[in-house]
Design a protein around this ligand. Structure first.
Ligand code: PGA
Length: 251
């Protein structure tokens, strides 16, 4: 049976005590959930949440990381620091990083390779803006983000790479791509991955959908052949909405 990868991106929300409370609640409520689950609290709460997750199968994720192992990089957090706290996966190339902080494909690619070199799992986010979609540039944008983001990544480490397709116009807006539309774009991404790594490798890669995933639409999205999980923002901030998404099979 397919095991889905459901990840929560808490973004810049939650103090340490709030993060600990939510993580504790999720550990309890998801102990019987068979899907692969990850939560990504802000950096400041990673250590405390790491303690809460000990002994549970929930993976501790980070939302970003610096492009070097160490050095004079004011304000950055290194892959070594993340590993030290028990982080198992890192979200890279989120559209908020690309658009608000002007992260380039080349920078994201450096981070992807560094995270993989140190044994972390990577969720590489890709997605088009509304303007790009309406201008007919959906495919070229996604092809570029995938090829550039994965440049130099060997097929032997692809089992630690997840792609998250997140149309920028659907993030935090309440607008979700229809399951059919998302599935078609996922199929396109899988085709690009096949060009890069071969059909078999592409078939095995996990492609999450992200953008206003909620308890009401999770099951319909997960029912699609090319959708293998979800990267959840707003709805991951409360157990009442994240638990039913993770347990979408019960809805
Ligand atoms: P959203 O965010 O679920 O709040 O739309 C998704 C994301 O940015 O990962």
């Amino acid at each position: 049976m397919k095991r889905y990868f459901i990840a929560g991106n808490w973004k810049m929300y939650k103090t340490v005590s709030e993060a600990v409370a939510l993580a504790s609640d999720l550990v309890k409520k998801l102990s019987d959930c068979g899907e692969k689950i990850m939560i990504a609290p802000p950096f400041t709460a990673l250590q405390a949440v790491s303690e809460v997750l000990k002994g549970s199968s929930i993976i501790l994720g980070a939302q970003n990381m610096g492009p070097e192992e160490s050095g004079a990089h004011t304000g950055e957090v290194s892959v070594l620091m993340l590993k030290d706290l028990g982080v198992g996966a890192v979200i890279l190339g989120h559209s908020e990083r690309r658009h608000n902080y002007l992260e380039s494909d080349a920078l994201i690619n450096t981070k992807v390779k560094l995270a993989l070199k140190h044994g972390l799992e990577v969720i590489l986010c890709v997605g088009e803006t509304l303007e790009e979609r309406e201008g007919g540039r959906l495919e070229s944008v996604l092809r570029g983000q995938l090829a550039e983001g994965l440049r130099g990544v060997e097929s032997s480490v692809l089992d630690r790479v997840t792609i998250a397709y997140e149309p920028v116009w659907a993030i935090g807006t309440g607008k979700t791509a229809t399951p059919e539309d998302a599935d078609a774009v996922h199929a396109f991404c899988r085709g690009v991955l096949a060009e890069l790594y071969g059909k078999e490798a592409a078939k095995n890669m996990v492609i999450q959908y992200g953008g206003s995933v909620k308890p009401e639409n999770a099951a319909a999205l997960m029912a699609k052949a090319n959708i293998d999980g979800a990267l959840v923002g707003g709805a991951s901030l409360k157990a009442e909405s994240f638990v039913p998404i993770a347990k979408f099979r019960e809805s």
